[in-house]
Design a binder for this molecule. Structure first.
Ligand SMILES: Nc1ncnc2c1ncn2[C@@H]1O[C@H](COP(=O)(O)OP(=O)(O)OP(=O)(O)O)[C@@H](O)[C@H]1O
Ligand SMILES: [Mg+2]
Length: 134
């Protein structure tokens, strides 16, 4: 696996969610990702960036452009040092929200990408890594 390019950007305020979407769109376009796949990835980014901001108290998005020889991919990691998710199984249930949301962000994001990994530790924070491939 070759990392072609990488970077980090903050996810702290509303405008950062817009910027995270823009960065993702550009990276996916540069990979030659199909519009439908790009749109799915950008939608997942919206959900995860918003969770990082709202529940995680802000954090960062790490981005990587990957090339495995056959395909290119965009991998994104959303990191925060917020309260973590006490019951991950519950959080990954359609319709469950601790706030006033729809409870569809995490489950929706998982369906929209090819790779999805969530690590969380109560009191320490949350890390969600996603990827889509060309
Ligand atoms: N980064 C995070 N830190 C702490 N808790 C989180 C984090 N991300 C998600 N959660 C918890 O998981 C729950 C489910 O998240 P999910 O995005 O699926 O739904 P939601 O944000 O409540 O509603 P929406 O459908 O509007 O996204 C949240 O209500 C919150 O309790
Ligand atoms: Mg959400």
């Amino acid at each position: 696996m070759n990392v072609v390019n990488s970077g980090t950007q903050p996810v702290r305020i509303e405008q950062d969610v817009v910027l995270a979407r823009q960065t993702t769109r550009k990276l996916a376009q540069d990979c030659g990702m199909r519009l439908i796949d790009l749109t799915k990835l950008v939608t997942a980014v919206s959900e995860l960036a918003r969770n990082t901001m709202v529940y995680g108290g802000g954090g960062d998005m790490d981005w990587q452009v990957l090339d495995d020889g056959a395909r290119k991919g965009v991998r994104l990691t959303f990191r925060d040092e917020g309260p973590g998710i006490p019951d991950l199984k519950l959080a990954m249930t359609d319709g469950w929200t601790s706030g006033g949301g729809l409870g569809l962000g995490l489950t929706g994001a998982r369906r929209l990408v090819e790779d999805f990994e969530l690590d969380t530790e109560p009191g320490k924070g949350t890390r969600v890594t996603i990827a889509r491939w060309t």
